[in-house]
Design a protein around this ligand. Structure first.
Ligand SMILES: *Cc1c(COP(=O)(O)O)cnc(C)c1O
Ligand code: SF4
Length: 369
C-alpha cells in the first residue's frame, strides 16, 4: 500500500536532486513515514552505519508493520550486529581484490572478457542486505574509485568486450559525469556493450530525466543494458513504470537482479507476483541472487536450495516463461547457477522421461551421438 499521507510531501520534492536533498536518514525524518518500534528507534540512535532512502522509496513503507518488506530494506535491524555465517573480508574475497593481477580499486574481475567497474559508493537507498555493505554501508573498507584510472586499465585490456558499470549507484553521478564515462568507453574499439547496475528506476525514478535519456539514448553501435534491483512487488510504482518506459523508448534495455530475502520475497505468492509484475512494468527478470555471505546479514539469508525451489513451485510452467530469472550464487569464481533439476526423471538406451511443473511425465527418444 502506498503511504498516502506522504504522497503530497513527495510530490513537493519531485526532482531527483530534491529527492536526494530530502533523503530520509534521520530518526526525525523516518518518523514522518513510520511509527518506529522502541527497538528500531534504539538501534537507529546507536547506529554507526550509512542508512536511509529517498522520500519516494520511504513513502512505500507501511506505517505500522515493522516486518514490512520495504521497511526491512531501509531500517537497520539489531540482527546486523550478529554474524554467525558471514565471511570476514567478504568483498576482498568476492571481487578477487587480493590476486596477483594488478588492477585499480574500481575494477573487479572474475571473467576474462568482462569486468565490473565501480564508479561511486553513493546510493539512493542503503539496502540493509547489500553484499557490498563493508564498502557502502559499514565503511569498514576504503577503496579509491578514480574513473580515469579504471578507463585507462580497460583501454589496456582489449580482451574486455563488456563493461558493467556499478557502485554504489552509478546514476547518482551527474549527467556530465555519465556522459564522459560512456563516451570514453565507447571510444575503446574493443568495448562492444555497456551495462549499468542501478536501483534508481525503483528508488529514484525521477532520475530518468530527458537529459539523462539524451546521454544514454540513441541508436549506437555500443548499446547500453541496464539492470535494476527490485525485490518486492510493492516497489513497482507508476513512477517506476514511467521511468522504465522512458529508458526503453530511448533504446536502453531494462532487466532485474533481485536478491532472495528471507521474510521479504521467499514465499511462493510474493515471488510469483514480483516476477509477473516486473514483466507488467516492462522489466525482464535476469537474475535472482542467493543472499551473499557478507557479514551481518544472516537474518536475510535462506537455505541455499530455496531459490530453485521457488522457481520450481512459483514460476516455471506456472506463469509466463519470460518471468523466469536464473537463480545464481555470486562467488569469487563467478556466478554459479542453482536451478531446479527435477526435469529429467530417467534415461535409458531408448528414451528420456521428463517431468513438468505439475508432476506429469512424458518421454522423448534418446538419440545416440
Ligand atoms: C556479475 C559480474 C559480472 C557479470 O556477470 P554476467 O553473468 O555476465 O551478468 C562480471 N564481472 C563481475 C566481477 C561480476 O561480479
Ligand atoms: S543500491 Fe546496490 S550498492 Fe547501494 S546499498 Fe543497495 S544493493 Fe548496495
Amino acid at each position: 500500500m502506498k503511504n498516502q499521507a506522504m504522497k503530497h510531501k513527495e510530490d513537493e520534492v519531485s526532482s531527483w536532486q530534491d529527492q536526494m536533498k530530502n533523503f530520509v536518514n534521520t530518526v526525525d525524518r523516518v518518523k514522518e513515514y513510520v511509527n518506529l518500534t522502541p527497538e528500531e528507534e534504539e538501534v537507529l540512535r546507536n547506529n554507526k552505519t550509512v542508512w536511509g532512502a529517498t522520500p519516494h522509496y520511504a513513502s512505500l513503507m507501511d506505517r505500522d508493520d515493522p516486518a514490512c518488506p520495504i521497511r526491512r530494506q531501509i531500517i537497520p535491524s539489531r540482527q546486523e550486529q550478529e554474524n554467525r555465517f558471514g565471511m570476514d573480508d567478504y568483498l576482498m574475497w568476492k571481487e578477487n581484490r587480493a590476486t596477483e593481477e594488478v588492477r585499480p580499486d574500481s575494477i573487479a574481475r572474475q571473467y576474462k572478457n568482462r569486468v565490473a567497474f565501480t564508479v561511486t559508493q553513493t546510493c539512493g537507498i542503503y539496502c540493509r542486505h547489500c553484499f557490498r555493505k563493508e564498502l557502502v554501508v559499514d565503511g569498514s573498507l576504503t577503496l579509491d574509485f578514480n574513473v580515469d584510472e579504471g578507463l585507462q586499465w580497460i583501454a589496456e585490456h582489449p580482451e574486455v568486450r563488456d563493461v558493467l558499470i556499478t557502485g554504489g549507484d552509478p546514476f547518482l553521478l551527474s549527467d556530465e559525469q555519465l556522459e564522459y564515462l560512456i563516451r570514453k568507453l565507447r571510444e575503446l574499439p574493443h568495448v562492444e556493450m555497456i551495462r549499468i547496475g542501478t536501483r534508481t528506476p525503483i528508488v529514484l525514478p525521477q532520475r530518468i530525466t530527458p537529459s539523462l535519456m539524451k546521454v544514454l539514448g540513441g541508436f549506437h553501435k555500443v548499446p547500453i543494458w541496464i539492470n535494476t534491483q527490485c525485490n518486492h512487488p510493492r516497489e513497482l510504482t507508476e513512477e517506476t513504470a514511467r521511468a522504465v518506459y522512458n529508458l526503453l523508448s530511448c533504446g536502453v534495455n531494462v532487466g532485474n537482479q533481485a536478491v532472495l530475502l528471507k521474510g521479504i520475497n521467499d514465499d511462493v505468492e510474493t515471488f510469483r507476483e514480483l516476477h509477473e509484475k516486473l514483466l507488467a512494468t516492462r522489466i525482464r527478470p535476469y537474475y535472482v541472487f542467493y543472499c551473499e555471505a557478507a557479514p551481518g546479514i544472516d537474518h536475510f539469508r535462506t537455505p541455499v536450495e530455496k531459490g530453485s525451489q521457488l522457481i520450481r513451485d512459483a514460476l516455471r510452467g506456472h506463469t509466463t516463461g519470460l518471468a523466469q530469472p536464473m537463480h545464481v550464487v555470486a562467488t569469487n569464481i563467478g556466478k554459479i547457477p542453482l536451478m531446479p533439476d527435477y526435469y529429467i526423471q530417467g534415461k535409458n538406451d531408448k528414451e528420456y522421461t521428463l517431468r513438468n511443473h505439475k508432476g506429469e511425465t512424458t518421454t522423448i527418444p534418446n538419440v545416440p551421438e
